[in-house]
Write a protein that binds this ligand. Structure first.
Ligand code: FCB
Length: 450
C-alpha cells in the first residue's frame, strides 16, 4: 500500500521563502569519499582499524564511493533543486606528506567544483572536517602547536588552487568535537583522553582557525570566510539555583568555550576554575589571532542536553523520559534551536549566520523505490519553523543546509545511523531519494511561486 507523501511547508511571509535565502545539503570528505588508497591515511583510518572503536567495526575505505560516483552525486544534488553544496576537503587527499600538492586529489576537487559551478550550485568548502593526516598526528596532532601552522599552509595552498570556485570557506567544522571527543574523552579519533589534552587541542584548533582566516582573506578577497561551530544548548533539570549553575557551567565548558574567544578574545571565566595543569598553554598574541573578524558564522544544531548539580563534579547529565528522540537517541527539541540562535545574537556581535548542519537520524528501510521517512520530515519542518522564529526575533540567518545529502559513515556509529535525505544501499551504492529529500526539494523549488 502506498501512502501520500508528507510535505514540508515554509512559513508564510518568511525570509525562508525568499530566493536569496540559500538552501543546501552538506557532507564531509571522510564520511562519503572512499578511495582511501589515493590519499594520505588520516586519524580516522587509524581509529577505525583499532578494535572496539566503531560500533559496527566498519571504516571509511569505501564509504559512499563518492570519488568514483561524484558526477552522479552532483546530478543528484542538482535534482534536489538546492542553491548550495557544503563539502569538505580532505587535507590528506589535497596534500602529500611533504606538503606538495597531490595532483590527482587536486584534480578531483577542481572537477567537482567546476561541475557544481556549471550547474549554478554555490560551493561551501570546509577545510577541516576531522580527518587530520596521520603523519601529523604522529608528531602530536592537535596537541602540537605546529599543527596550527601546518593548517595555515594547507589553507593557503587550497585557497590558491581553488580560486574563485569557492563561494564560502569554513576553516574548521565543530572544533568542540575534534578537541573534546577526540582528545579529552577519546570516543573519536585519535582516541586520546585527558582533560589537559582536550583543552590544549581546542586552543590549537582555534589558533589554526585564526591563522587560516587571514590567509583566506588574502587569497580570496571576494569569498566569505568563517568557521562552523556546533551547539548543544544546556538546560537545567529544575529551576533550583544549583541546577541552573550546573547548566551554566556545562554551557561554558562545551559551547561558549569555542565561540566566546572568537568574539571577545577571551575564554569563559571558568578557565580559572580548572586545575593549573589542565589549562591550555596560550602564547602572547594568540587570542588576537583567534578573534580575527568573521564574514559569517556556521551553526550546527541537532539537540539539547539537560544538567543537574552534582556533589562530585561541576555538573551531571540527565536523560529525560517521555521525550521524542531520533534513532541516535538525541532529543527532538526545536524550541532550543530558536533559543540558541536568539541567545547567541544577544551575547555576541555576530556576523550573518548560516545553519550549516541540521537533521535527524532515522532507521530507514526502503520499500521498493520508496523511503517514507516521516519523522525526518517532521524534524525538518519543526526546525525550519524554529529558524523562522529566530529570524523574526532579529537574528540574521542567510541559509540552511540539511545534514546530510546522503547516508554516510557516521563516525563512531559506523554505518548504523542514517542521516541522509537520500538513502544509500552500501553494497550496490544505489541512491534513492527519500520522501524527506522530495519534500525538501518541493519546498525549495516552489518557495518563490507560492
Ligand atoms: C555533526 C558532524 C557531522 C555528522 C553529524 C550527524 O557533529 O559535523 O559530520 O556526523 O554530526
Amino acid at each position: 500500500m502506498t501512502t501520500n507523501r508528507m510535505t514540508l511547508t515554509l512559513p508564510e511571509d518568511s525570509r525562508l521563502r525568499q530566493p536569496e535565502f540559500l538552501y543546501g545539503v552538506a557532507t564531509a570528505s571522510f564520511q562519503i569519499e572512499g578511495a582511501a588508497e589515493t590519499r594520505q591515511p588520516s586519524i580516522w583510518d587509524r581509529f577505525c582499524a583499532t578494535p572496539g572503536k566503531i560500533r559496527d567495526g566498519s571504516n571509511g575505505l569505501q564509504a559512499c564511493e563518492h570519488v568514483r560516483y561524484w558526477r552522479e552525486d552532483v546530478a543528484l544534488i542538482e535534482s534536489l533543486g538546492v542553491d548550495a553544496y557544503r563539502l569538505s576537503v580532505s587535507w590528506g587527499r589535497l596534500l602529500n606528506a611533504d606538503g606538495s600538492i597531490n595532483e590527482s586529489g587536486a584534480q578531483f576537487y577542481l572537477d567537482l567544483m567546476d561541475e557544481l559551478n556549471r550547474k549554478g550550485i554555490r560551493v561551501f568548502v570546509t577545510l577541516y572536517h576531522w580527518d587530520l593526516p596521520q603523519h601529523l598526528e604522529d608528531k602530536g596532532g592537535w596537541l602540537n602547536r605546529d599543527t596550527a601552522y601546518q593548517f595555515r599552509d594547507y589553507a593557503d595552498k587550497a585557497s590558491r588552487l581553488f580560486g574563485s570556485r569557492v563561494y564560502a570557506y569554513a576553516t574548521l567544522n565543530e572544533p568542540f568535537c575534534s578537541a573534546y571527543l577526540g582528545y579529552e574523552i577519546g570516543i573519536h579519533a585519535p582516541g586520546k583522553a585527558k582533560r589537559s589534552y582536550g583543552r590544549q587541542a581546542a586552543h590549537n584548533l582555534l589558533l589554526a582557525h585564526g591563522l587560516a582566516m587571514s590567509v583566506l582573506r588574502k587569497n580570496c578577497p571576494d569569498g566569505l570566510h568563517g568557521i562552523v561551530l556546533n551547539f548543544t544548548p544546556c538546560y537545567p533539570l529544575s529551576s533550583s539555583p544549583a541546577d541552573k549553575a550546573a547548566a551554566r557551567y556545562a554551557d561554558d565548558y562545551f559551547n561558549q568555550w569555542f565561540i566566546r574567544p572568537l568574539f571577545t578574545g577571551e575564554y569563559p571565566a571558568i578557565l580559572s576554575s580548572l586545575e593549573e595543569a589542565d589549562r591550555p598553554h596560550i602564547e602572547p598574541g594568540d587570542m588576537a589571532i583567534i578573534a580575527e573578524p568573521l564574514d559569517y558564522l556556521g551553526v550546527n544544531y541537532y539537540t539539547r542536553e539537560i544538567y543537574r548539580a552534582s556533589p562530585d563534579a561541576p555538573f551531571e547529565t540527565v536523560q529525560l523520559d517521555n521525550v521524542e528522540r531520533t534513532d541516535i537517541g538525541w532529543e527532538v527539541c526545536p524550541e532550543a534551536f530558536t533559543e540558541l540562535l536568539c541567545s547567541l545574537h544577544k551575547k555576541y556581535p555576530l556576523p550573518p549566520i548560516y545553519i550549516t548542519e541540521n537533521g535527524a537520524a532515522t532507521a530507514d528501510e526502503p520499500v521498493g523505490e520508496r523511503v517514507a521517512d516521516e519523522q525526518r520530515i517532521r524534524y525538518y519542518q519543526s526546525h525550519l519553523n524554529a529558524v523562522h522564529k529566530a529570524i523574526e526575533a532579529g537574528v540574521d540567518i542567510r541559509g540552511y543546509f540539511a545534514w546530510s545529502l546522503m547516508d554516510n559513515f557516521e563516525w563512531a556509529e559506523g554505518y548504523l545511523k542514517r542521516f541522509g535525505i537520500v538513502y544509500v544501499d552500501y553494497p550496490t551504492q544505489k541512491r534513492i531519494i527519500k520522501d524527506s529529500g522530495l519534500a525538501y526539494r518541493d519546498a525549495i523549488v516552489w518557495r518563490s511561486h507560492k
